[in-house]
Design a protein around this ligand. Structure first.
Ligand code: NAP
Length: 316
């Protein structure tokens, strides 16, 4: 049996994604071999493929490189000393972050410490939505110390991180406002947010007295959103490229502002899987592409207008 993987052979457009076959890897001590059902596609995969950002800088001498940090699937073999997971268990994880990657594989060896068990009530598709995006959402809201009753503005509520951030903030009983284009207004309203069409007019013309800004867009949209904030507001800006600029401007205006880098935390993923299993969190999937169409998946993500997540089906 061979193991098909999607590799980046060199940095460039979506066409540099290639399929490579190799022998099945053997789990080492503390690792399990996972048969990957679905791999999540994240903006960092696309940026790294294009040669942008720090993950590309770190891996430039390490090509071909297998991208992918989000997986769901089932355990097929366990290495020495593994007791928490058995063959047949359904698992999900935010794996190999930031350097190893490896999620765009049909089979991958993963330290058991990076994996969560997927409850029976959660599909493997839903589980693959959560790791990187869900933890970014939870960690951004936690950094901002969002409290019950606060007015929270989340830029890009319809995206991979945004649709989960909106729901987690609503579960924390915040009053949630979010920006999106016209086609996502109804979707975000059904999640319980006040949705604002950013194409109609800048959000600063529509909203005031915001306690917390969760910025998932960066650049000019974030700079405009600073005008919506009340005195002593908190800002968490998530896109790394413009974080320094946004924080500098926010601090000049007297706000408490910070960037962030998501930190893999399997216990946090356990909590989100539980929330999905009891219906507190709904995952949205725009499209599942077969692994042979990884380039199309990247093109979709690069459009900047994906609702929820894009996944790769690694077994077809
Ligand atoms: N620092 C970290 O650790 C970290 C972790 C994860 C993600 N990130 C970064 O955070 C950002 C969001 O990630 P993601 O996975 O959520 O991306 P994504 O899924 O690709 O976001 C797509 C969404 O962005 C919305 N959007 C596009 N332009 C917008 C605008 N001007 N105003 C409001 N919404 C807009 C789109 O909604 P419409 O179609 O309605 O326009 C779409 O639903 C990315 O820059 C990513 O690189 C950073």
């Amino acid at each position: 049996m061979d193991n098909k993987q999607i590799v980046i052979t060199r940095f460039g457009g979506p066409d540099v994604l290639a399929i490579q076959s190799s022998a099945l890897p053997e789990p080492q001590a503390g690792e399990v071999l996972v048969k990957v059902a679905f791999a999540g596609v994240n903006p960092i995969d696309v940026k790294t493929r294009a040669g942008l950002g720090w993950a590309a800088a770190q891996n430039k001498d390490n090509l071909p490189w297998v991208p992918g940090y989000d997986i769901s699937g089932s355990v097929v073999k366990v290495g020495e000393g593994v007791s928490a997971l058995q063959p047949g268990a359904n698992v999900a994880g935010f794996i190999g972050f930031p350097l190893r990657g490896g999620g765009y594989s049909q089979y991958v060896c993963v330290p058991q410490s990076e994996l969560s068990v997927v409850p029976d009530a959660v599909t493997l598709e839903a589980a693959a939505v959560l790791p990187l995006a869900g933890q970014t959402a939870a960690q951004a809201l936690s950094k901002a110390e969002v409290k019950e009753g606060e007015r929270v503005l989340i830029l890009a509520g319809a995206g991979g991180v945004g649709h989960l951030a909106v729901q987690i903030a609503i579960a924390a009983k915040a009053e949630v406002y979010t920006t999106c284009s016209e086609g996502n207004l109804d979707y975000l309203a059904t999640l319980g947010a006040h949705a604002i069409n950013y194409n109609f007019e800048p959000v600063s013309q529509r909203l005031q007295d915001v306690d917390v800004l969760i910025d998932l867009v960066g650049g000019d949209a974030a700079l405009d959103a600073l005008k919506c904030l009340s005195d002593d507001a908190r800002v968490v800006t998530v896109p790394t490229l413009s974080a320094e600029l946004i924080c500098e401007k926010a601090k000049l205006l007297g706000f408490n502002a910070t960037g962030m880098l998501v930190d893999p935390n399997p216990q946090q993923l356990d909590t989100m899987l539980y929330m999905v299993s009891v219906g507190l969190l709904k995952t949205e999937i725009q499209h599942v592409y077969p692994l042979t169409e990884a380039a199309q998946a990247h093109i979709q993500l690069e459009s900047g207008h994906t609702r929820g997540k894009v996944l790769l089906d690694m077994q077809c």
